[in-house]
Design a protein around this ligand. Structure first.
Ligand code: AMP
Length: 487
């Protein structure tokens, strides 16, 4: 297993009487595909039984008409996954289905639980048997076995004991829940569907595709329940004491540019990052290009603020997954070439400002620069719309070891030399936060600043929950799963 920085997940939930919930969840997950491309799953409730189908692969590959038809019901939850805790095997695909306190329960999770190992050991000691190696099951089992007369009391136990990031959608026979951790590290929002149903989604772009009206974000520490009587909200351990700490990297890279986070549309926020970058790191050049698609808005922002013309110098093959989402370093390296093609007619003889959102391991950038030089570029001025990533994330982006992060051990000048750029400029942390438009103190900046929101294990191994048997299972991908599961 090569430790690596990994994609986060997308969660979805819907309660819509009279609607085909599985189909709408399919569309919702399709809109959240950028948040995880390893596995996907949908669980539905027909009021009596829960139905589940989850598998490895992309949403559109997994769910055929026939599969969707087998998922009956007007309420559902869905998940797209890239592993942060638990390895990439089918048994870890979500939603997870288990016996809840009041009957069958399905759960989907985005985020990462920091103290999962400890909590799991505790639950095992109390006789709980685990079927997966995910931190999600730790939350689910805790919810199932926690004492309490109501779900709220059980959620209170979970919220008090679980440390880290979790946005959850939970399905029972008669309700759908959305839960956000008390710091609100990952995004989650609520939409109203044609006046007679509600949806939950990691990002607002999923609501738009369904024609759902954005209602609001789920607040940090909030549990929202939707059932036949409508929407109810509670804060099992009280309303947050301080401002939320939404992941800054969502603005920089993860979220789709057409989504809103904390009331701000991502696309203009990224344009402001580019503009800020041009003020912090001006340079004389002929054109500005962005590394598509994540840095396009920022490149336009840089061009507008600097007066240097914007151009498209790299064409991206949209059907190649994110370079990151590759099982090993060799494939990742080849991925850059498979993904981008330079336009010689635009680039030849030019001094080029190249805007990208981040340098993580330093795999992508030198390859892009070599590609541009080969296409006749005379000068490459690399501009990055985030500060150097120096610390691993424990809240949902799997940066397994600090050793991998090029920004953790090298100066900007050393990185410039490594990537072979004529100049390199990173956006300052202040500039990045300013560009989000939501003010200071509302973000988790741990991967840049090292200021974690909680105690974190120094080097969390994502296989930590698996023990030896888990590692064995990992070497036999596609462990059998009961599909579809009917309860
Ligand atoms: P690297 O090649 O390791 O330096 O990664 C940097 C490239 O990966 C940039 O082009 C980013 O757009 C992209 N990127 C940054 N963070 C992630 C992530 N967590 N998952 C997938 N891609 C990422």
């Amino acid at each position: 297993m090569i430790p690596s920085l990994r994609e986060k997940c997308g969660v979805f939930g819907i309660f819509a009487p009279g609607e085909d919930a599985a189909r709408l969840t399919f569309f919702g997950l399709h809109a959240l595909q950028h948040r995880g491309q390893e596995s996907a799953g949908i669980a539905t409730s027909d009021g009596e039984r829960l139905h589940l189908y989850a598998d490895m692969g992309l949403v559109a590959q997994i769910f055929s008409e026939r599969r969707l038809a087998g998922l009956a019901g007007h309420s559902a939850i869905g998940h797209t996954r890239y592993s942060t805790t638990g390895s990439s095997v089918q048994v870890n695909a979500q939603p997870l289905l288990l016996d809840g306190p009041d009957g069958p329960m399905a759960i989907a999770h985005n985020g990462n639980v920091v103290n999962a190992e400890l909590l799991r050991a505790d639950l095992v000691e109390h006789g709980v048997e685990f079927t997966t190696t995910t931190d999600t099951e730790v939350i689910a089992q805790m919810l199932a076995v926690s004492p309490g007369d109501s779900m709220d009391e059980r959620f209170a136990t979970v919220m008090r004991r679980v440390s880290g990031a979790y946005c959850l959608t939970i399905l029972t026979r008669d309700a759908v829940y959305a839960v956000r951790d008390p710091l609100g590290i990952r995004p989650l929002c609520i939409g109203r569907l044609n006046g007679h149903g509600y949806v939950f989604a990691s990002e607002s772009c999923a609501l738009d595709h369904l024609g759902a009206e954005f209602v609001r974000e789920v607040e940090p520490g909030e549990v929202v329940r939707i059932d036949a009587n409508g929407l109810t909200s509670s804060f099992p351990i009280g309303r947050g004491a301080g401002p939320q700490k939404l992941c800054l990297f969502e603005y920089i890279y993860f979220a789709r540019p057409d989504s809103y986070l904390d009331g701000e549309r991502i696309y203009p926020a990224r344009m402001r990052m580019g503009a800020e970058l041009s003020r912090e790191h001006p340079v004389e050049a002929d054109i500005v290009i962005g590394v598509p698609d994540s840095a396009t808005a920022a490149a336009i922002g840089y061009a507008q603020a600097s007066g240097i013309p914007y151009a498209e110098g790299l064409v991206k093959n949209r059907y190649v997954g994110r370079t990151f989402i590759q099982p090993d370093q060799r494939l990742r390296e080849q991925g850059v070439q498979l993904k981008f093609n330079p336009l010689r007619e635009i680039l030849e003889g030019k001094r080029v400002v190249v805007v990208d959102d981040s340098i993580v391991r330093g795999t992508t950038t030198p390859r892009i620069i070599a590609m541009l030089r080969k296409a006749g570029v005379t000068e490459v001025h690399m501009r990055i719309t985030s500060p150097p990533i120096q610390y691993p994330c424990f809240y949902g982006v799997d940066m397994a070891t600090r050793a991998e992060l090029i920004g953790a051990h090298n100066s900007v000048e050393q990185i410039r030399a490594h990537i072979d750029a004529d100049s390199l400029g990173y956006l300052s942390l202040e500039g990045t936060v300013l560009a989000t438009g939501v003010g200071e103190g509302r973000h988790c900046t741990a991967c840049f600043s090292g200021q974690y929101l909680s105690e974190v294990p120094l080097e969390l191994d994502k296989l930590v929950l698996e023990g030896e048997s888990g590692r064995d299972r990992h070497s036999v991908p596609g462990a059998p799963r009961r599909i579809p599961v009917r309860v």
